[in-house]
Ligand binder design. Structure first.
Ligand SMILES: O=C(O)CCC(=O)C(=O)O
Ligand SMILES: [Fe+2]
Length: 334
């Protein structure tokens, strides 16, 4: 428990083990909040939604979404309860703290604290959430409204994620229900992240440069910025918009789309004054799913760029490759 960065914060000095090597440091530079990452209003007609989601997925792999159907009150309540969770006394958090990555519901810090050379300025509570009834009993019992609110939120965000996958499938020329088949969209994981204020944001990161492994990620964030997206070799700082979700394409969807959609690398910076809390939802295939470029996209002019594989094998190599700083798609690229 004493490894949690939130229990050590208000640090005047930063432990050496959080100082990144010079080439990975974000540096002193102030990143201007970028306005080029698309903001898509989902309240338009379906054809327009399909076209905009596909375009943003192709060009940036990231977009923000407004008019998405999830209630504003629920979004505010979920962010509040996430903050309340991280502020609970240590004794209350102890029941979910675990250093065993195999435990399905767990509070932990950084990424792989005991193995990594440098730690990241983040604590995370992570658990599965679909179907809610199957998992809710392993979720934290405190704060008192955690289970009820997060249960409701998981269902709402699942609806939105399924709609986005339908729009993407349609844009790629798939028949309806493509992602429903063979449990491609089955697994839904949630992570509540806390990035406490950091006395030296130029030397540290909340999360290092990475691409998400899954199909699609739905991020809820408050007003504190920190997420940066790599685009044409430049880090673009995402402007937090009230009531919007940040959506990003994961590596599995890049493969299924045969590279038509891209999974952009991103990272999280820390800041000196405010704690940043985010709630991410990751939609994954089941481990036994075969992942491969969709047949409908492949023809003589568009040969497959990636080979087929079992998703669980990709999950294992992704962790090893990312840890060693290797591109995680290399071994699957034809
Ligand atoms: O918290 C954030 O802003 C992003 C988190 C993220 O990129 C991740 O968990 O993969
Ligand atoms: Fe990510």
């Amino acid at each position: 428990m004493d490894k949690l960065i939130s229990s050590r914060c208000n640090l005047q000095h930063w432990p050496d083990s959080y100082v990144l090597p010079p080439e990975s440091r974000p540096g002193e530079e102030e990143f201007a909040l970028c306005e080029v990452i698309p903001v898509i209003d989902l309240g338009q007609d379906r054809a327009e939604n399909v076209q905009q989601v596909l375009k943003a997925g192709q060009e940036f792999g990231f977009f923000q979404l407004t008019n998405h159907g999830v209630s504003k009150k629920l979004m505010i309540d979920v962010l509040e309860v996430a903050e309340e969770f991280f502020e609970l006394p240590i004794e209350d958090k102890a029941s979910v703290y675990s250093e065993d990555p195999k435990r399905s519901c767990r509070l932990y810090t950084s990424i792989d604290y005991d193995k990594e050379k440098v730690h990241f300025w983040r604590d995370s509570l992570r658990h599965p959430c679909h179907p809610v009834d199957e998992h809710i009993r392993c979720w934290p019992e405190k704060p008192a409204r955690y289970r009820e609110l997060l249960g409701k939120y998981s269902v709402e965000v699942r609806k939105l994620s399924m709609l986005l996958l339908e729009l993407i499938g349609e844009g790629l020329g798939q028949e309806s229900g493509f992602f429903e088949r063979g449990e491609l969209n089955r697994v839904q994981l949630m992570a509540l992240n806390c990035y406490p204020p950091c006395p030296n944001p130029s030397l540290t990161l909340g999360l290092p440069r990475h691409g998400d492994v899954n199909l699609i990620t739905v991020l809820l964030q408050g007003p504190v910025h920190g997420l940066q997206v790599l685009n044409d070799g430049q880090w673009l700082a995402l402007q937090p918009l009230p009531d919007a979700f940040v959506i990003n394409i994961g590596l599995a969807l890049q493969i299924i789309s045969n590279g038509k959609l891209r999974s952009a690398e991103h990272r999280v910076t820390t800041n000196r004054t405010s704690a940043r809390t985010t709630v991410t939802t990751f939609i994954h295939p089941s481990g036994d799913c075969l992942v491969e470029p969709a047949k409908v996209i492949i023809n003589n002019h568009n040969p497959p760029l990636y080979r087929s594989f079992l998703y669980k094998d990709f999950l294992s190599t992704y962790i090893v490759d990312t840890y060693e700083g290797k591109p995680p798609l290399k071994r699957y690229t034809l």
